[in-house]
Write a new protein. Structure first.
Length: 272
């Protein structure tokens, strides 16, 4: 009995130490929603946030992918909730926020990452792809912001992270519509910061990656545009999704009085 009592007390002490260790992580007791978490930057960001103690609500249209991601987070000792969500449908994003608040008691961070990049030359008139980029890259970001904003305004805190791009600063042949959507995200994010940060303590960060190796390249159906970007990526080592996740993690782990407004991150080889 004495041995059993010693083992039980040791186990309890170990669990207490583990809990104390978890609570000392930068994002412990915080809840983050990550859209487009099925691959690439979204997946890497969800993993990075969970490793720093956040409860991560991982969303995407490909539910099987975010289920696998949540299992991986759980295996690493983190907390995650996978949810299917199409950011083109405002009611689906609203449901994500409602479920997150009920499950974890609130929402603190939104990473509006979901996006598509079917580049094409304008003369090829891939109009359906143009409209799809507008729906996901602009309207999807707006729907995500609209879903979390009431909670953030009520609690007088929150952090909105949007994914723009170098394409939100420059325009490239074959990328006109994509660039237009990312310019819109950048303008929207800066307007949000000006309106929300000073009075409501809601921080806004724009992340602007350069060339990143993700599945987005596989969505390009225009052979001419695809050939051009493949040649460009062969010029040097592109960024990894984990590099962008590190930038996002840096922004959201700053103390409340620090608002990292903008992070432009290019691979070393990238000139423009």
């Amino acid at each position: 009995m004495a041995v059993k009592g010693f083992l039980d007390s040791s186990k309890a002490a170990l669990l207490k130490l583990r809990k104390q260790g978890a609570d000392t992580k930068p994002l412990s007791r915080k809840t983050a929603i990550v859209t487009g978490a099925s691959s690439g930057i979204g997946q890497a960001t969800a993993l990075a946030l969970a490793r720093e103690g956040a409860n991560v609500v991982a969303t995407a249209r490909r539910f099987d992918r975010v289920e696998d991601l949540s299992r991986r987070i759980a295996q690493e000792g983190g907390n995650s909730l996978p949810l299917r969500c199409d950011v083109r449908e405002p009611t689906e994003v609203e449901n994500v926020v409602d479920v997150a608040r009920k499950r974890f008691g609130g929402v603190d961070i939104l990473v509006a990452n979901a996006g598509i990049m079917p580049l094409s030359l304008m003369r090829h008139l891939r109009v359906a792809e143009w409209m799809a980029m507008v729906d996901v890259n602009i309207k999807g970001v707006l729907s995500s912001i609209a879903a979390v904003l009431p909670a953030f305004l009520e609690q007088k805190s929150g952090h909105i992270v949007t994914l723009s791009s170098v394409a939100g600063r420059k325009v490239f042949p074959g990328s006109a519509v994509y660039c237009a959507t990312k310019h819109a995200v950048r303008a929207l994010s800066e307007g949000l910061r000006m309106e929300l940060s000073p009075s409501d303590h809601i921080r806004v960060t724009i992340i602007e990656p350069g060339a990143v190796t993700t599945e987005l390249l596989g969505t390009i159906t225009d052979p001419e545009a695809l050939q051009g970007i493949q040649q460009y990526f062969q010029e040097g080592q592109a960024l990894r999704a984990e590099d962008i996740a590190s930038a996002i993690l840096y922004a959201v782990t700053q103390p409340p009085h620090v608002n990292v407004n903008e992070v432009l991150i290019r691979p070393t080889f990238q000139e423009l």
